[in-house]
Ligand binder design. Structure first.
Ligand code: ADP
Ligand code: MG
Length: 476
């Protein structure tokens, strides 16, 4: 983690002051504790967000995973906290119990220099009764998942009239998980006079929409980090003709066996041909192009996002709005029409500090485009060698997850927690084997580890969701 934060420190060079925690007006207890935690300098998002947060403004901060967002809001809410007033003064909402636990741990560490700060977690999947007891004992800060926090609010266990700060952490994921209505219900029970902070790794339209509803004249902070040569390894491969081109894609995929890869094509026809060609090698692939109907498109994107499909073959237009973290590999079937599009394509890999791989195929007719790319990206492009053709006889590989579709969704008031609960009841599957859950109006998708897919189907078929039985099927 620390290594990841290094570049920001190198880059700051002569403006170190600005990145020093000492430049902030923090309570001395909070500040002194920071160096004992080994936090010497602020990360980029902390340096830019903290002064604004301490000023009391509503802030939307978009920064990639691992950039230090927890410390940014943690210091903000601890600074604002009045320990003598024993009432819930801030609420932090997180998409999952694991993340809530992580945030609560970090807050407790940050609060070590302040006496008697009480942090309480309220998460689904945990016994309800003891949480009521803890709430009766009182707390300063509540960290929880939306469903459970809403339930305590609705039942009157949690009172928020002293609340002065709300933090939505990983807001994009909360929305993806279908928590929008729950968030609205929670916010409705909060004082209007409060500071609201929203943290997110991405900034889709849904975030813009919810920020309009729950925030007051929010400022937007986007920390865009340059993709450096060290996080994206770019390779270029020369091919003679289209037969070689199609085979080259298969060789790259069978050699590297990525969990999530996108093959970019310049035309819709290419996407279909490439996808069909890859299926012949027993690869798990779906083509995405502008002529798919909405349903098929949603389904393809869901399956790719929940890792039940490893390879997406797409045109640039179709891939717009695709926001997948942890893409292992991008393959350019042809070189993109212009250098900017190329940069955009390869920027989808190597996210979150993970190592990404970008492979581009080019023929004799594309040398001009290659020259322009080299100039645009200040690159030296030398063709690399493709993996040996021997990999073509390797068996194809299957994705880690399988995707199950349920015939109920938002309209039937199904929430992610309902599906998770139905899957993990007594004779069901383990929580760790359940992946992403996506909920649409009239259907839902849940990913489970491939080896427990049949058990998951049986459990869902035998059980009930919101009191009624559901029809389920495994996708493909
Ligand atoms: P994010 O929420 O942006 O994904 P986190 O808040 O989880 O990131 O922080 C990532 C890691 O960086 C954590 O292990 C945290 O302890 C560490 N970290 C945060 N701020 C600093 C800092 N100023 N100096 C060194 N490490 C830090
Ligand atoms: Mg975080």
């Amino acid at each position: 983690m620390i290594a990841l934060l290094q570049p920001a420190r190198l880059y700051i060079g002569n403006i170190l002051n600005h990145y020093d925690f000492a430049s902030l007006s923090l309570k001395s207890g909070l500040r002194n504790n920071l160096s004992s935690l080994g936090y010497e300098h602020m990360t980029a998002v902390q340096a830019q967000a903290l002064p604004r947060i301490l000023d009391g403004v509503d802030l939307i901060a978009q920064a990639k995973t691992g950039s230090g967002k927890t410390v940014a809001f943690g210091l903000g809410l601890l600074q604002k906290l009045d320990v003598k007033r024993f009432a819930v003064q801030s609420v932090v909402l997180c998409p999952t119990r694991e993340l809530a636990d992580q945030v609560a741990r970090e807050l407790r560490k940050l609060a070590r220099g302040v006496h008697n700060v009480k942090v309480l977690t309220l998460c689904g999947g945990m016994p309800f009764g003891p949480q009521i007891g803890s709430l009766e004992h009182g707390a300063h800060i509540v960290v929880g998942t939306p469903g459970r926090v809403e339930e305590h609010l609705r039942k009157g266990n949690l009172k928020l009239e002293n609340l002065s700060m709300l933090v939505l952490d990983e807001a994009d994921r909360m929305l993806e998980m279908g928590f929008q209505a729950t968030l609205d219900a929670i916010v409705e029970k909060m004082p209007k006079q409060r500071q609201t902070l929203l943290f997110s790794a991405t900034y889709p339209d849904e975030i813009r929409a919810i920020s309009k509803r729950v925030m007051n004249k929010p400022e937007l902070l986007q920390i865009k980090e340059q993709h450096s040569a060290s996080t994206i390894a770019q390779s270029f491969f020369h091919v003679k003709d289209n037969t070689e081109r199609a085979e080259a894609v298969a060789r790259l995929l069978l050699e590297h066996r990525p969990d999530s890869a996108v093959v970019f094509c310049n035309t819709r026809r290419d996407t279909e041909e490439v996808a069909a060609g890859l299926r012949d090698y027993n690869l798990n692939v779906v083509a995405l192009h502008g002529e798919l109907d909405q349903r098929a498109r949603d389904q393809a994107l869901v399956c790719f996002a929940n890792k039940s499909i490893s390879i997406l073959v797409a045109t640039d237009v179709a891939a717009r709005g695709l926001d997948i973290e942890e893409l292992d590999m991008v393959i350019n079937y042809h070189i993109a029409r212009d250098a900017e599009v190329h940069t955009h394509r390869i920027g989808r890999t190597g996210r979150a500090g993970a190592k990404g791989m970008a492979c581009s195929l080019f023929g004799d007719r594309e040398t001009q485009k290659i020259e322009r790319l080299a100039e645009y990206g200040q690159l030296q492009i030398r063709p690399a060698e493709l993996p040996s053709p021997a990999v073509l006889s390797a068996p194809g590989y299957k994705p880690a997850m399988a995707c199950i579709q349920l015939d109920s969704g938002k309209k039937q008031k199904i929430r992610p927690g309902d599906i998770l609960g139905a899957l993990t009841r007594d004779d069901g599957v383990a929580g760790k084997d359940v992946g992403k859950i996506h909920i649409f109006d009239n259907c839902a998708y849940v990913a489970v580890r491939r080896n427990v897919a049949d058990q998951a189907l049986r459990t869902l078929t035998a059980g009930k969701l919101k009191g009624r039985s559901v029809r389920v099927r495994k996708i493909r």
